[in-house]
Each structure stands twice: as structure tokens, then as C-alpha cells.
Design a protein around this ligand. Structure first.
Ligand code: GDG
Length: 508
């Protein structure tokens, strides 16, 4: 993957940061050094966050702290785990934190992905708590906090740390103890559960998670409902905290912690460009010729194979549709892009097997010598191909059982340059609260789900165009750069207010 030639950032972060050093913290690193056949190769993991934040980081000359997961990562860093990136351009510092197998197993696969992930998505049948995982999670969060504190120490002036996600629920509190005046904020990408779910974590642990997050000055959630759940949990489980629901603030250990909703989005122009390229036009024409000629229609979906995404529910709805409406056989084909994910965890490996079996059973039951109902791509495909698939489709289904936001819905809208497609979207995604014009479904209600697909299939081209046009217009007003801009505006606003308050105290 390319490491150079990324677009310039559309948010001038320097304008916000003034002389303040920016320290970003995430589990995944923006550049991985890998041992390859021809020596060390540098890879940039695909994904919205890295492609939005890397150009931004280039402007800040700050530091990105992340797990050094590449096979050659240690070969290129100094003793503190630091390396200048992007390679040959040296715009900012990547500070790698080293994790051994037991750390990865306990902190990442264990507590983050087997306890917090299912709990936050309210899919408690997958929830597994082990004390050993929790201990590792604490140790690794502490290690990250030390790395950030060290980075803050290295600069003479002020610094701001921005932590990403549920891998680091405890880091802010540890960091606060090390650097009391550091400005710390955190974006929580996944849902935040109601109190009755959070308390399934053992006594002491759910309170620790909340107190950990309260080490921040600002906690950003995707939508208001998750922010409200967090405030509610703090009120119930952290008796020393004072919660103001109307202002979305908490007074904790004599500090004010702000909470808010900042819905994440995508780099809309990047997706549009991918969907508009000459190669894309050709691929879209091929896809339509093969699957959507004349009155035939093509449905698509794109997911990591994860139990939160409602993949078996989607298969069940399609099976029901083709059973109840034989006339749709050979007239409606569905393309699944299903990327293997977290395959080290038994629940994920099992889900992948289950999905493959269902696809085979459906194709055997309804398929004919000339028609395969489900075309299944079971690998990570490049983002250009994704853009072509989104553009070629007559409809896209996102059927998550719970989802913090869901970027696939927004990517589909961005790539619909011909405005021909309908979006079928689970009510239980953050996106459903933002996108107006989708056909909303409840993935747990198979009949309603099937009715949603029928509505999409039967919708007139004019109505689809009208809806898609509106969704595209709204998306243009809410890109990943708007997201970044609103977070930084809020964070620096709070920082400024804190400085004024400190000066007033000093003057008394
Ligand atoms: C978490 C939250 C929140 C998928 N397959 C391929 C591929 N993808 C890309 C998609 C999309 C991304 O992966 C998936 O994003 P989602 O938003 O659907 O979900 P999570 O990974 O669960 O992310 C979620 C998000 O964080 C951001 O805050 O929206 O709610 O769960 O971008 O396009 N990309 C490529 N090949 C694939 O095969 N290139």
C-alpha cells in the first residue's frame, strides 16, 4: 500500500493546536515495518481512521503512540521505540509500545475483544470475563500511559493527548496521575451500554472502567444515546461523581469532565474519486452486465465477519425472500464482501464457518445452472474494488445487531454517483440516527427485514434518486474532516477555558 502521496489534510490542525504538542494514542499503528523478501517493507493499514489522521499528524509534527505490531518494527526504532514517519518524509514521530504474546492475548483478544466488545454491543452471550485478561489490560493501559507521559515530558510547552477507543478505558486515569495538567480526551468508537449491561463486569471492574474514562477532560461518543448511557452509568456506579445530564458534564475529583456526541464519518471525496475513475466505470459496467442486466437487480454488503454485523440474520432474510417469492430467483443476486476478522477467537472462527455453510446451503437450494444467488467474496479486497461494488449496486444492506456508527452505510452513499441504489439500514446503528432517506429495518424481525428488501426492490428509480440525492447532500456536510474539526474545536475550547480558570485562581 502506498505510504506517500496522501492528500493534504482538510483540517488545519495547527490552527487549533497553536504551540501545543499533539499526541495521538491508538491500538493499531499507522505504519508497520514488515520483513519481506526484499528487506524491510512499510505497510500502511487500510482504514478510514488512519487515512484521515495520518495527513493530519503530518501537519502537527506530533507523536502517534501505538502498539508496534510489525515483524520488523523493532529493527527501525530507537531505544524508546521511536521512529520518524512517513518513511523518507519524517513529518511526525511514531512511538511504538511493545506487547508480547501474553499481553496481546490478555489485553487485546481477552479483555478488549471478549469482554468489552460484546458487552458494549449488548451481545452478552459472547461476553467472557477472566481476571487474567483484566490484569493484562491494566498492565498494557499503564504501559501506554507511561509512553504518552514520556512523550509529553519531552516537549517544553503544553501537550494534548487524544486516545482512541475501548482498548484504553483505563489509560486516561493512569496518565492523569502522572501528568495532572495534561489535556486528555478520548473517542469511544463503539456503543456505550446501559448500566444493567455494564454491571455484568464484576464488582470493582465496571467502576474501574468508568473511573478510568473519567481521567479524561472530554469523552467523545458517536451519538447522544451512548453519551447518555455513560452519564447514567457514572451516576449509578461512581457515587463520588456529580453528574449534570443537561450540560453533559461530570465533576469528578475536583475536575470537570465533558461528554458529547461527535458522529464519525468518512473521507467522502476519496470514495467519490475511487468510484469515478475510468477503471471504476469499466468494472461497474462489467458487474452490472453480469448481475443486473435489464430488470435484474444487484444487492451488496460489506463487513468484517463479526457477530455484531447481523450476517446470519441477513442470510436468513434473503433465504426467506427467495422462498416466499420464487419470481425473484434469477432476478435478484446478492454480492457479499465478507472479510475475515479476529479469527484467533473461537466465536469468530465459528461464525465464519456458519456463514460459509449457510451461503452454500442457500446457493444449493435456489441456484440454477445459470444463476448463483449469493456471490461470496471471503477476503480483504482493495478499497477501489469496494467503491466499484458500492457504485454498481441497486441496494446495500447494513444489518448490524448493534453498531457504534457503521461506515459502510456512508461509503455506499458516497459511491452512489448514479443515485440508483437504495440503502437498507439497521435501526441499531449510529448511522441510522444520522442518515435520512434509508429504509430502516430491525434485523431481529425477519419478516420486517424481508419487507424492507421488498420495498427497496420495488422502489421507483425516481424515489431512489430522490432519497439518495438527499443522503449524498447530507453526507457532504458531514465528512470525517467535519468530525475532526468539531472535536478539535470542542477540545481546544475546553482547554482555553481551563487556562483562563487557572490564571484566575493564580491571581487570587
Ligand atoms: C468500529 C465500530 C464505527 C471491510 N471489509 C473491507 C474493508 N472494510 C472496511 C469498510 C469500513 C470498515 O472496514 C468497517 O467499518 P465499520 O464502521 O463498519 O465497522 P468496525 O470495523 O466495526 O469499526 C463502528 C467505526 O469503528 C468507526 O468509528 O463506525 O461502529 O464498530 O470502512 O469499508 N476495507 C477494505 N477491504 C475489505 O475487504 N479495503
Amino acid at each position: 500500500m502506498a505510504v506517500a502521496g496522501l492528500p493534504l489534510p482538510m483540517v488545519d490542525i495547527a490552527h487549533y493546536l497553536d504551540d501545543c504538542k499533539f499526541i495521538l494514542v491508538s491500538n493499531r499503528e499507522p505504519y508497520e515495518h514488515m520483513r519481506g523478501a526484499t528487506g524491510v517493507e512499510v505497510k500502511q493499514p487500510a482504514g478510514g481512521l488512519v487515512s484521515a489522521l495520518d495527513p493530519t499528524m503530518r501537519r502537527t509534527h506530533g507523536t502517534w503512540v501505538a502498539w508496534g505490531s510489525g515483524t520488523a518494527d523493532r529493527d527501525v526504532t530507537d531505544e524508546a521505540g521511536r521512529v520518524a514517519v512517513p518513511p523518507d518524509e519524517n513529518c511526525y514521530t511514531l512511538r511504538r509500545v511493545w506487547l508480547d504474546d501474553a499481553d496481546v492475548n490478555g489485553y487485546y483478544h481477552g479483555f478488549a475483544n471478549q469482554a468489552l466488545w460484546p458487552l458494549c454491543h449488548m451481545l452478552i452471550q459472547h461476553f467472557e470475563f477472566r481476571t487474567e485478561y483484566w490484569e493484562r489490560y491494566r498492565t498494557v493501559n499503564l504501559r501506554f500511559a507511561h509512553a504518552v507521559a514520556d512523550e509529553a515530558e519531552r516537549c517544553s510547552g503544553r501537550a494534548m493527548a487524544w486516545i482512541q477507543d475501548y482498548h484504553f478505558a483505563l489509560a486516561a486515569e493512569y496518565l492523569r496521575a502522572m501528568r495532572p495538567s495534561l489535556f486528555i480526551h478520548q473517542f469511544w468508537h463503539i456503543p456505550f451500554p446501559p448500566a444493567d449491561i455494564l454491571r455484568l463486569l464484576p464488582d470493582g471492574t465496571h467502576q474501574a472502567v468508568l473511573r478510568g474514562l473519567l481521567g479524561n477532560d472530554l469523552i467523545e461518543f458517536q451519538i447522544d444515546r451512548y453519551a447518555a448511557n455513560f452519564l447514567d452509568c457514572v451516576e449509578k456506579f461512581v457515587p463520588e461523581a456529580r453528574v449534570d445530564h443537561a450540560r453533559q458534564t461530570i465533576v469528578f475529583r475536583d475536575r470537570l469532565v465533558a461528554v458529547g456526541a461527535f458522529p464519525i464519518s468518512i473521507d467522502v471525496e476519496r470514495f467519490e474519486q475511487m468510484a469515478a475513475s475510468p477503471e471504476s466505470e469499466a468494472r461497474v459496467a462489467t458487474l452490472r452486465d453480469r448481475y443486473a442486466k435489464g430488470t435484474r437487480q444487484l444487492g451488496v454488503c460489506v463487513d468484517r465477519i463479526d457477530y455484531t454485523k447481523g450476517i446470519p440474520e441477513r442470510l436468513h432474510a434473503l433465504e426467506t425472500l427467495w422462498t416466499e417469492s420464487p419470481e425473484l430467483r434469477e432476478r435478484f443476486t446478492f454480492l457479499f464482501v465478507c472479510t475475515p476478522s479476529r479469527t484467533d477467537l473461537p466465536a469468530y472462527a465459528m461464525l465464519e464457518r456458519e456463514v460459509l455453510q449457510s451461503v452454500m446451503a442457500i446457493n444449493t437450494q435456489f441456484g440454477t445452472p445459470d444463476w448463483t444467488p449469493i456471490v461470496f467474496i471471503n477476503e480483504n479486497v482493495d478499497s477501489d474494488l469496494l467503491a466499484n461494488v458500492y457504485r454498481a449496486a441497486d441496494l446495500c444492506i447494513v444489518s448490524s445487531l448493534q453498531d457504534g456508527m457503521n461506515l459502510v452505510a456512508k461509503e455506499f452513499v458516497a459511491c452512489q454517483l448514479d443515485e440508483r441504489g437504495a440503502l437498507i439500514l439497521s435501526r441499531f446503528t449510529g448511522s441510522a440516527e444520522e442518515i435520512e432517506g434509508a429504509i430502516l429495518i430491525n434485523p431481529f424481525n425477519v419478516d420486517g427485514f424481508v419487507a424492507g428488501i421488498r420495498t427497496a426492490l420495488g422502489m421507483s428509480p425516481e424515489e431512489r434518486k430522490r432519497r439518495m440525492h438527499r443522503m449524498r447532500r447530507d453526507l457532504h456536510n458531514s465528512t470525517i474532516f467535519d468530525w475532526l474539526d468539531s472535536i478539535l474545536a470542542r477540545a481546544t475550547g475546553i482547554m482555553g477555558a481551563q487556562r483562563i480558570a487557572q490564571r484566575q485562581v493564580a491571581a487570587v
